[in-house]
Design a binder for this molecule. Sequence first.
Ligand code: HEM
Length: 540
Amino acid sequence: MPDVLLVSRPTYLGTFMMLLVLNSFIWAFWKVILYPKFFSPLRHLPSPKGGSWWNGQYRRISREATGAPALDWINSIPHNGMLRYLGPLNSERLLVISPKAIGEVLTTKSYDFVKPGQVRNILARLLGVGVLLAEGEEHKIQRKNLMPAFAFRHIKNLYPVFWDKSREAVLAMTAVVKADSSKEGELQDARKDTATSKDTVFDVLEWASRATLDIIGVAGMGQDFGAIRDPDNALSRTYRTVFKPTPQAQLLGLLNLFLPAWIVRNLPVKRNGEIEEAAGIIKATCRKLIRSKKEKLEKNELTDVDILSVALESGGFTEENLVDQLMTFLAAGHETTATAMTWAIYLLCLHPEVQTRLRQEIREKLPSIEEDVSVDSQQIDHMPYLSAVCNEVLRCYPPVPLTLREAAHDTTICDQFVPKGTRVTLVPWAINKYEAIWGPDAKKFNPERWMPSEDNPHSANGGASSNYAFLTFLHGPRSCIGLGFAKSEFACLLAAWIGRFEFSLNDEREYDEKNMVIKGNVTAKPANGLHVKAKVVEGW
Ligand code: HEM
């Protein structure tokens, strides 16, 4: 037989490879073109126009701040409470908008909608599988055992911790301002000129993260991490690295959508090394803390009021599971509140009249920051303007802009059939500014919405007629368990900072919100931090 014929005869491997390629091609053609365009039961729902024939709206989604396209769509496309859009490779997303649709996903059918496997894989590396990532029965048990630690009767004992740590941060910042102005004074003396002194510039996100890390340390686990005292503290450096929204982090997030988790985890890139190292440091810190608390418990010496102590005393957790819970609280409980503080200072720079009015209330109602006295829940919770400003910041810039769910089995939302595996998006960034509920001024920062008055019967909901209009902490069995903790911590921090300083933006261009570059992994924050000028306002 001629050689040429021998060479051209297909081998088993060759045939297998050909079939594999053909199969993959047919599968991809089905997933990317046929199913979303011609067969999906959701294809008749209203959708944004345009986009790519194979990559849906992904170009826009990846360029804008998380949740920004959804905010545009819900206010501009006519719909009946739900929209469908296509993400990367035309993957289908169901955006739930009306209070009824959101209520079904979050409350009445909450266990029909689980966190997608890819999201769990990304987060579990740093957070462990604590209450945030557990599902079904496992979640119910964990949440039930943790609830007492987050009940108000317990959180109210933590206000003094929130205030003491807020004071510590503000006094440390004041020392920086004073050191800067005395340096400037010496320079002026040397030059014998009268030039005005330079303002001190703070990165709000950095200072707020250090303060919230210390707060979750003391109030959550009875351990002062010392991050306010030492900016180079190992734990705060670790979180700074992993929370940074680098291009590599975003690329790995995207690859997670298409490749198995073990492949993405083992890619030889710098980001994977950073996460491994960070997870090791965080785990070791948590384990050490649990062991020392356990020893105290065994010796009957445990009288602490922090969340870990309450969880330990419940007896409902193994040591490994407690490590996962602590990893969850550390991450979920510090970056979120630090992000809220950053947006609060930003909005107060944009609205100096609100800043001044808030400072007045703070100075009237709270002891001076210089006095070594604490405050209690009665004092903080009876400051209507402080509470209104905090709520309005959390409405306008929700730290968690978007979260995903996946239908665990075939189900319905508002009678619309939703097949198993459908991705459902919940977008606080958009719903919190939905004009049909909040009115034509939905995008305007206006704390008055939350001020009780005869003309505002729904002030507890910011004037909105449904509580599903405010999604910052979600609702239902998977809502933020730390809501009470976070709100009181945020109020104490903001009161201390605004009582002491007058803030203005360092970069004038940022007074236009369109110039703010917003990025984040889980939280949405200014891409390069928020740099503000701080002036001590004397007299408090
Ligand atoms: C302003 C601050 C905060 C915001 C905006 C916030 C927001 C959220 C959101 C949106 C979720 C739901 C995530 C999802 O299911 O996709 C959540 C869950 C959670 N948050 Fe927060 N959070 C904040 C502060 C805190 C604090 C201080 C703690 C702990 C001390 C905490 C602990 C948790 C936990 C454990 C969960 C999981 C609850 C569950 O699945 O049962 N959060 N948070």
